[in-house]
Design a protein around this ligand. Structure first.
Ligand SMILES: *[C@@H]1O[C@H](CO)[C@@H](O)[C@H](O)[C@H]1NC(C)=O
Ligand SMILES: *[C@@H]1O[C@H](CO)[C@@H](O)[C@H](O)[C@H]1NC(C)=O
Ligand SMILES: *[C@@H]1O[C@H](CO)[C@@H](O)[C@H](O)[C@H]1NC(C)=O
Ligand SMILES: *[C@@H]1O[C@H](CO)[C@@H](O)[C@H](O)[C@H]1NC(C)=O
Ligand SMILES: *[C@@H]1O[C@H](CO)[C@@H](O)[C@H](O)[C@H]1NC(C)=O
Length: 946
């Protein structure tokens, strides 16, 4: 068995060649690259612009701590002073509060129209009658329960005072001693309870209200003057048997929807549990759903402490008598610095935008992989000796570096323009995350590339993946992540989808930077990964595992499906199987290859015998031995199976050019496809340099050159770059390489005028053709296949090309298909005429002409009156003459060679000229074309008959 690696270029040579080609390709692609890189820049700029717009909106005076122009010095000069006291409620939130004011704590009391009354859905008769609602005089109801009812009754009774105890000169303290509340809603920023400046009266809770129950008060809260009224509201305390009864009553009182009659709100409820003289154990119900007008902030807990104070005060009085009191004079907020309203857009919107930015690389990689597949460039490279290892390594490294450069630009740019998303999170975490993700993405692209054959479909699917993943992530997946009740295991399952794991990672970054920004701390640090709420750790693990799995699967599928090497799905087990059969004992595996020798084609059967003979020899000089090769395309859609090649045997030695002639559809291209490994033979096989095309295609590729029927070229690379690349693949280096490329360019007439340095996409059809031929010959391959090499060439370049091929065939075997008889005659040492999937005849051109020609063609043109004379003349020369062509005075006859002598013909024409006018005449030997037409017609007629 021949060593496939002998004489072939090393892994690193191939890698080097591919890398250089890719770099040149990239250089050509600069516009595309700029567009690619500018996409994240554009998105970042958009974010920054939006951010600036939002900031400008937030920085309006109405959103900042209020200021006024006040004559503080009393000299008529206006001084600008800012602060809490000059702000409205919206502005107040941003003011600094270094010394927060204390203010009297209030109870939350339901509005009069919602207070609890007797209704049919609450089974208690101790509630007031509904009539109080119309007068607005309904009492505020408190509910009580506990294990010891007598104790509970005592406590409840002392909670609600019976009279107002007001000292007008000390209003603040009076508010603390009495039980006061409000039915206004609280605000988010409670530097002062909104009840004091809402204009509504303060509500004083007493067990009984006298008729004139309104008093006016005025006091200062931290130098803010508060003016107002205090109204009386009756407090009603009712005992219930258990806490579940209380719960039920509270629940039924809920303001649900708008049905007014179903509302029965209770002020507060107390459960004294197992309290006794020695211990006080209480649980308090309060309503947390009071909202301000914009409906966003739940009740500030500022209205709750008073409720607690009431209960503890009552217990203290139970223990120590009515004289004792816990005075709850004021509550205060924590001091705070002045702030600005801020909204970090990059953290909010960033996740979606950045997901798109990073995913965007996927279709780019995918289409470039599929492009090489669609244009068959991958197989072309493979046929010229590029192994899968170097291809994978370099392509992978190439895409990885593009991705990394892209990400680097993205992160640097984002950081420079000040997006917190990048600046606040630890850069090393970001690096690790992006690095792992781009690797996963590249391997995914390799995997996906195996499933597409068209660049367009792959691009469409790629971009659907990009935008779909982003949108699904932002509008579906994110809600699951935020919903803490959603099972974490399912989140992990969803993260197995790479788009979501990317989204999750970016989401974690944005959350970290958002909270870091609003708390004034930092974003994500390595330490945060151990936090169970932070999903980054799982994402990283998932991505690493997926990366390894995907890259393995992608390589496997590539090997089995698309590389053209025709490996079996279990190729990696081959090492353990028996060695593939080699030339040494080929007879063993020629199962059932009965050779049908048609007796009327002695030359073909002779060739078959020669092949049989050669196969038995161990050391054959033949470069190519084709052994009964067959190809059948299975029938589709009811059509019968098509026999493209019906058992072809052929041997081509080194230094020989074998020409294959045949009408279109005869199976020539099917034959070449099998020989270069594009399709597998149905049965039979062929040996190239002793290597079997079924099993050792990889080895064959290293000593093979192909000029395919359709030019497989990179549009953006120049002719010289193509040759440099394939030359390097064929192990040419340094000056040998440059020289080979120069010579090659010159030989195919692409050297002059700098044509070799123009992009192949700009070449004319003929120039592409010549470049393809040059590629197939560079690097001295031992076997070359040329599929119609001279199609579309002008006569000058064609003869030029012929010289190239003639020179090239000195030390190699060439199989050439062509439609040009002239070409076949000039170039080929032997010819085979291939019709309907089998060879009809084989031999060198002279032999063929002698065998199938055997006649002269005699042409004569006269006026139409003398046609009969010409006919007579010919019949006289040879009674077996055959008229093959006749049109207005011009006639063509076939004269069997053994009937006529050329001298007789000349004599006869001289005689004729004296009798009538001969415009023109000619005598020609049979051409190859005549042979071809004859053989092809004969074979087809035979096939029609059979
Ligand atoms: C209930 O409380 C009262 C007043 O403290 C006390 O006298 C009585 O013993 C308590 N009853 C029970 C069953 O503990
Ligand atoms: C009212 O408050 C003032 C100031 O604290 C105090 O001097 C006065 O004695 C109080 N009056 C009553 C009746 O408690
Ligand atoms: C509540 O307790 C009272 C007095 O002990 C009793 O009459 C009434 O049936 C109880 N109600 C319920 C619903 O248990
Ligand atoms: C609590 O307050 C909200 C808002 O005012 C109200 O809709 C709801 O009915 C109240 N709930 C109870 C149990 O009173
Ligand atoms: C307070 O009451 C709750 C509910 O009955 C009970 O679980 C808890 O042990 C009590 N605490 C004390 C200190 O008695």
């Amino acid at each position: 068995m021949a060593d496939p690696s002998a004489g072939s270029s090393s892994f690193w040579t191939q890698a080097n060649a591919l890398l250089r080609k890719n770099l040149t390709y990239q250089k050509r692609n600069i516009k595309e690259n700029i567009r690619l890189i500018s996409f994240p820049f554009f998105l970042c700029l958009l974010l920054v612009l939006l951010q600036a717009l939002i900031n400008q909106q937030l920085d309006k005076p109405s959103n900042n701590c209020g200021c006024q122009c006040i004559d503080t010095a009393g000299d008529g000069q206006c001084n600008k002073v800012c602060g809490l006291e000059y702000s409205d409620i919206d502005q107040a939130a941003t003011c600094p509060i270094p010394n927060p004011p204390g203010f009297p704590p209030l109870l939350q009391i339901p509005s009069p129209e919602y207070r609890a009354v007797r209704t049919d859905f609450v089974p208690f008769t101790d509630l007031p009658d509904e009539s109080c609602r119309s007068s607005g005089s309904c009492p505020a109801t408190f509910l009580f329960t506990g294990n010891n009812q007598s104790l509970g009754q005592i406590l409840a009774g002392s909670m609600i005072p019976s009279s107002l105890n007001w000292n007008a000169s000390n209003a603040a303290e009076s508010l603390a001693i009495n039980v006061d509340g409000s039915d206004t809603y609280t605000q988010t920023s409670n530097f002062l309870d909104s009840a004091f400046f809402s204009g509504d009266p303060i509500l004083n809770v007493r067990s009984q209200c006298s008729s004139n129950s309104t008093i006016s008060v005025s006091f200062l809260v931290n130098s803010v003057p508060v003016l107002g009224e205090v109204n009386c509201v009756q407090g009603l305390h009712l005992w219930r048997n258990s806490s579940s009864v209380v719960n039920d009553e509270l629940y039924k009182g809920y303001r649900k929807g708008n049905s007014e009659e179903k509302i029965n709100e209770i002020t507060a409820a107390y459960d004294f549990l197992n309290s006794n003289e020695n211990s006080f154990n209480v649980s308090i119900w309060y309503n947390s759903t009071y909202k301000n007008d914009s409906g966003q902030a739940p009740i500030a807990l500022v209205r709750v402490p008073r409720s607690v104070n009431l209960a503890s005060n009552a217990y203290l009085q139970f223990l120590r008598g009515p004289g004792t009191n816990i005075l709850f004079e004021s509550v205060k907020e924590m001091p705070k610095p002045g702030t600005k309203l801020r909204l970090d857009l990059s953290s909010l919107l960033g996740t979606l935008f950045f997901t798109w930015v990073i995913l965007q690389l996927f279709p780019v990689i995918l289409t470039s992989l599929v492009y090489e597949k669609e244009q068959r460039l991958r197989i072309m490279m493979k046929m010229h000796g590029l192994g899968d290892g170097p291809y994978w390594m370099i392509s992978y490294a190439y895409f990885l570096s593009i991705s990394l450069i892209y990400m680097l630009c993205f992160v640097i740019f984002g950081s420079l323009i000040g997006l917190n998303f990048f600046r606040m999170n630890d850069y090393s975490i970001q690096f690790v995350f992006y690095f792992i993700y781009v690797n996963l993405q590249i391997s995914l692209a390799f995997l996906a590339a195996a499933m597409f054959s068209k660049v367009k479909t792959s691009a469409v699917v790629g971009y659907i993946f990009v935008f779909g993943s982003g949108l699904l992530g932002g509008f579906l997946f994110q809600f699951f992540v935020q919903d803490t009740s959603f099972p974490r295991a399912w989140i992990i399952v969803m993260e197995l989808y790479p788009g979501f794991s990317l989204y999750r990672g970016l989401y974690e970054f944005s959350q970290a930077s958002f909270t870091g920004n609003s708390l004034g701390t930092h974003g994500m640090r390595w330490g945060d990964l151990s936090n169970s709420v932070n999903g980054m750790k799982e994402v990283l693990i998932i991505m690493v595992v997926e990366w390894l799995v995907v890259i393995f699967v992608a390589y496997y599928i590539d090997q089995v499906v698309s590389s053209g090497s025709g490996k079996s799905p279990l190729f990696f087990l081959q090492k353990f199987q028996k060695k593939p059969p080699s030339l040494r004992n080929p007879s063993l595996q020629r199962q059932g290859s009965k050779v049908f020798v048609q007796m009327e084609k002695p030359d073909v059967s002779q060739e078959t015998e020669k092949v049989e003979q050669l196969l038995l020899e161990s050391n054959s000089s033949s470069a190519i031995i084709v052994d009964n090769l067959k190809k059948v395309y299975p029938g589709r859609d009811g059509n019968p199976a098509k026999f493209a090649v019906k058992g072809l045997s052929l041997a081509v030695t080194e230094g020989e050019c074998f020409g294959m002639l045949g009408p279109n559809g005869a199976g020539k291209t099917s034959f070449i496809s099998m020989m270069i490994g594009l399709t597998k033979p149905t049965s039979g096989t062929a040996y190239v340099q002793g290597m079997n095309i079924r099993t050792q295609m990889d080895g064959i590729y290293t000593s093979m050159g192909v000029c395919p029927q359709h030019d497989l070229l990179w549009e953006t690379l120049t002719g010289r770059e193509h040759l440099l690349f394939y030359g390097r693949l064929k192990n040419l280096k340094g000056s040998a390489l440059t020289q080979a490329v120069e010579e090659s360019l010159k030989s195919v007439n692409l050297f002059n005028g700098g044509v070799g340095d123009k992009k192949a996409g700009k070449y004319s059809g003929g120039m592409k053709r010549r470049l393809s031929v040059a590629i197939s010959l560079i690097g001295d391959p031992k076997v070359v296949y040329m599929d119609e090499p001279s199609t579309g060439l002008d006569p000058a370049s064609r003869s030029n090309l012929w010289n190239v091929v003639k020179r090239a065939k000195q030390n190699r075997a060439i199989i050439l298909t062509t439609h040009s008889m002239e070409e076949a005659e000039v170039l080929c040492d032997r010819l085979g005429i291939f019709v309907d999937g089998s060879l009809q005849c084989i031999g060198n051109p002279k032999e063929l002409k002698a065998r199938y020609g055997g006649s002269y063609v005699f042409t004569m043109t006269t006026s139409s009156d003398h046609e009969q004379d010409v006919d007579n003349l010919v019949r006289h020369l040879s009674p077996n003459a055959n008229k093959i062509y006749h049109i207005s005075g011009t006639q063509k006859f076939e004269l069997p060679k053994h009937d006529v002598r050329i001298a007789d013909v000349f004599q006869a024409v001289e005689n004729a000229k004296s009798r009538f006018t001969v415009f023109a005449w000619g005598l020609a030997d049979t051409t190859l074309e005549d042979v071809f037409i004859k053989v092809a017609r004969g074979a087809q007629a035979f096939n029609v008959l059979s």
